[in-house]
Design a protein around this ligand. Sequence first.
Ligand code: NAD
Length: 438
Amino acid sequence: MTLPASKASDPRSIAGLPGGSTLLATTQQQISRAAANLNLDPAIVAELQHADREIMVMAPVKMDSGEWKYFLGYRVQHNNALGPYKGGLRYSPNVDFAEVRALAALMTWKCALLGIPFGGAKGGIQVDPRQLSDDELYRLTKEYTRRLLPNIGEHVDIPAPDMNTSDREMAWIVEEAGRQLNRPVPGIVTGKPLSHGGNPGRKEATGNGIGTVTVELLKRFGKAPAESVVAIQGFGNVGRHTALYLAKQGCIITGLSDISGGIYKADGLDIAAIDAHVATGKLLDTYQEPGVEHIDNAQLLRLSVDVLIPAALENQITTDVVTDLKARSIVEAANGPTTLAAQDELARRGIPVVPDILANAGGVCVSYFEWLANTSDVTWTLESTRTELAKTMYNTFQTVRERSQATGRDLRSAAYEIALQRVAKAMEERKEGRKAAE
Ligand code: NAD
């Protein structure tokens, strides 16, 4: 069997994207490496290097000024061998097909690794949401939903919040989809407000999941949370809830940052006070506390800590950062925060990295709980959500660790191998089914 080559001229190729992002190339490489370790059928690997479907929409929006503006929206559906496509929707000026393609593939691996019956997808709108009023964002979200509608659905493709989107945008999508389809469709997105069928623990889920695996990782060093030092890049939904969880466990969080810069305090920052400051809409550059020093993001990434948690953007941990790295370990809260070259250098130096597809999978895990409640008879309380999430994250961490120990390969390789094996098996069985039907 010869593999179809990934060509730059193939617009659906994950590998050969014109101007393809670093993240895309990294995702591609991870799959190739895991597939080689597993000795997988090349035809299946080739299929997994492409998305099943890619959609681009143009959303016209009447601005408050009366002027019309046009926004590009994307949705990439990578693979649905294990269940409906599932993945976030982000608003960012940098969103393009390359980024969304890579993130959609990551969702496939994340859901497979966790053992939840979803495939992988991702969407985005090329917009700087800070430049739009709330009314303009509302009209944009509704227009994007209308244009995307035939391709999303409770059992088709289920968006969720991601960078710069939240339960507010999810509520707008549910409302617009319900209006267009003339029936309530709460299961068409997850991460909704409780009033629209959301789960009480969804907002904190990604951060709590990251907290759970961080505490497990610390145990590997023989360290109790109260004697562990942590720094977190990004103080949005994920960074904030990670910090709150770890502070509650007793961790000493010495460094935090957001888009405005970072703050550092050697004996630990007051996370509750910082949370209250940010809740008023302020950024970290205006935070004051006795003993706090203001630092930049480059310094934050080079702090001497037990665990460094990048929870903002992709491609933050580069080889330059690794050269100066003083962190003992990394937990990837953001999607794709480490470049491929940096990953190799970290592996060479034996620095443990909990990969994104494991560390930040808590969000999609609780999204699954929410979707189950919307589409069946199950109900969840905050307590049952937290318990089941912690159990799932703990078990998945142990499974990945055991495979890593058994193979002698790093946690990332182990996680990808488990995920890829599950997706490949489903694809093979589907193929068998097709053959039987012929
Ligand atoms: P968010 O928009 O709520 O927060 C992003 C944070 O990053 C903000 O604090 C922002 O100021 C900061 N930031 C932006 N640019 C920065 C820069 N150059 N340097 C430092 N900080 C910067 O987004 P989020 O939902 O917290 O998502 C963060 C990451 O986690 C993304 O990679 C996202 O894909 C991933 N993720 C999110 C979820 C979820 O449930 N929200 C789930 C899985 C993965």
